[in-house]
Design a protein around this ligand. Structure first.
Ligand code: NAD
Ligand code: WQD
Length: 337
């Protein structure tokens, strides 16, 4: 079986991707120092897949340690999830973000080069589009105006990959721009593990519904949207995970060097208040909320044009926002057990 190094494989999106890789007959090898995840995920993965995943608990910015992993595992490809991802924290600690997010990619590319591994899928984000005037955003929409240091690390990493691939005709890279990943595996055995007070909407909703938070604050209801709250493209993490398998399979078919970008969203936007109402419908639980002021840096609306992912990768989402919120709630209930 071809091995795929999955950096950040114990994290939210990485763990769901490991499930889909195994289902597709690929063998994930996790590289994660668990700085933002937990060994519990390994038990969840084993239970879902019936296989005990291999984890190398190292910092993937540590070149010697990563080199040893490549030498031992001899992978055919890499999916690079490992990064710090909290937008607010990145404003407080920009150096930490530039160091980890850019440094780990630089190290990874050097180690891949040493071991002649050429196929790479990289986790990027819709944050690279900044406040795009044009909706839905296509892969050709302008980038570079990211509002936070976190967002800018993704802009830099994308540029780094384009430069590296222009200089190395054998590098085959796919850059996946995720919109708003939410939900959990339907088994409720793996999911998101926010540490402390969640910044993101869906974990906050589930924690508020579970009584762990006093109430949700809806950040603004005076935007020019259908109900005044912001619009986002919420994508089920299982749909997102499946796109990584298709991306690896697509890369493997390429004869020429590639560095290709894809949007991964549903193509539809939902408001914050719609997400709250949908959650209440699928869970049968009321979400205590108040309307608060706008949050600094929020764009009024963002959703993906997904035509390219469908046409080139043959990928389309199969799950709905209701599915994602139902699975997020199941996961929240499982965490409480
Ligand atoms: P996550 O924090 O759940 O997972 C990241 C994993 O990487 C964690 O397990 C963490 O321990 C690990 N990690 C971080 N730095 C590391 C390092 N130097 N060495 C080894 N392990 C390291 O995050 P996620 O939500 O699964 O995000 C995965 C990727 O997707 C990230 O690159 C993130 O920027 C990107 N992304 C996430 C979202 C989102 O909303 N979740 C949206 C767009 C893009
Ligand atoms: C969604 C909506 C909030 C919390 C972030 C990153 C982005 C990407 C995805 C990584 C917004 C509103 C939220 C709350 C609220 N991540 N909200 N009350 O900001 O769209 O995107 O995650 O790449 O880069 O910025 O996601 O979940 O924080 O917010 O009203 O307590 O929910 O204003 O409209 P966001 P989010």
């Amino acid at each position: 079986m071809t091995k795929t190094i999955v950096t950040g494989g114990a994290g939210f999106i990485g763990s769901h991707t490991c499930v889909e890789l195994l289902a597709a007959g690929l063998e994930p090898v996790l590289v994660d120092d668990l700085r933002n995840s937990d060994e519990r995920v390994l038990r969840g993965l084993a239970e879902i897949t019936g296989r005990q995943p291999v984890l190398h608990r190292i910092d993937c910015g540590d070149a010697d340690a990563l080199d040893r992993v490549f030498a031992a595992e001899r992978p055919g490809s890499v999916i690079h999830f490992a990064a710090d991802k909290a937008v607010g924290e990145s404003v407080q600690h920009p150096v930490k973000y530039y160091h980890n997010n850019i440094g780990s990619l630089v190290t990874l590319l050097r180690v891949m080069d040493t071991h002649r591994v050429k196929d790479l899928v990289f986790s990027s984000s819709c944050t690279v589009y900044g406040n795009s005037g044009q909706l839905p955003v296509t892969e050709e929409s302008a980038t570079g105006e990211a509002a936070s240091p976190y967002g800018y690390t993704k802009v830099v990493c994308e540029r780094l990959l384009r430069d590296a691939s222009a200089a190395d005709a054998s590098l085959r890279a796919v850059l996946l721009r995720y919109f708003n990943p939410v939900g959990a595996h339907p088994s409720a055995l793996i999911g998101e593990l926010p540490i402390g007070v969640p910044n993101n909407l869906v974990p906050f909703i589930t924690q508020a519904a579970a009584g762990l938070r006093d109430k949700l604050t809806v950040f603004g209801n005076d935007y020019h949207t259908r109900d005044g709250s912001c619009i986002r493209d919420y994508i089920h993490v299982v749909d997102l995970a499946k796109a990584h398998v298709l991306a690896l399979q697509w890369i493997a078919k390429q004869k020429a060097p590639v560095c290709e970008v894809f949007n991964l969203g549903t193509g539809e936007g939902n408001t914050v208040l719609e997400a709250v109402r949908t959650f209440e419908e699928v869970s049968g639980v009321k979400v205590p909320y108040v309307i608060g002021p706008r949050r600094a840096g929020d764009v009024p609306a963002m959703y993906a044009d997904t035509a390219k992912s469908l046409k080139v990768l043959g990928w389309r989402t199969q799950l709905t926002l209701a599915d994602a919120l139902r699975d997020a709630w199941r996961w929240q209930l499982a965490l409480a057990k």
